[in-house]
Design a protein. Sequence first.
Length: 232
Amino acid sequence: MARKSSPALVSEYLERLSGEMFEPAYRTELSDLIRGKAGIYALYKGERLYYVGLARNLEKRVGDHLKDQHAGKWDSFSVYLISASEHIKSLESLLLRVLFPKGNQVSGKLVGAVDKKNLLLKAMKETDSARRARLVGAHRPAPTVRKKAATGRGAVALAGVVKRALPLLREYGGEVHRASLRSDGYIHYKGQKYRSPSAAAGQICPGAVNGWYFWYYEASKGDWVPLDRLRK
């Protein structure tokens, strides 16, 4: 058994007709097609869309725009006759939100529709919070390891581990924090130097924090790993 097709939303249409169709010489022919019919219409100036509207009587509404505040601002028009008139307002609102015609002063309101942008943003924020710190920044050469961290009382934890400054990154609180590990083993952050990774991390995170797992460095191109790797 053949499926019964749904009625077309747009039953009839006329596109890109000159505004001259409303002159007496052609008005009768136009009236026979759209008089008293409801739908969506669009006004154009040259090739550019100027205005979008809805009307219960397309002929009257478009004709009125030849002498109201839109007079002289358009030269051609299109009309779309809608079979289900209860959807006309929603269609007009949708077109206004998508096209932003120059002549329309207000944007369309999608009555009854739910804006899910905030839900999406909330879900993205939760995902970012649960995910391992996302690191950004230019790719830099992998560090050259000279020897294991220095030991002994008073020694700086990472003294002598790298020959040149090693960039460190961490995203926290919606901000990317940049520091560097110097050859003397000190962590430099915002013009200050700290004896240990945890001391530097403590300037960003409240309370106790393990700096060895807070800071990341680029072990190889695109591969950011915890600073703790340098102790192994």
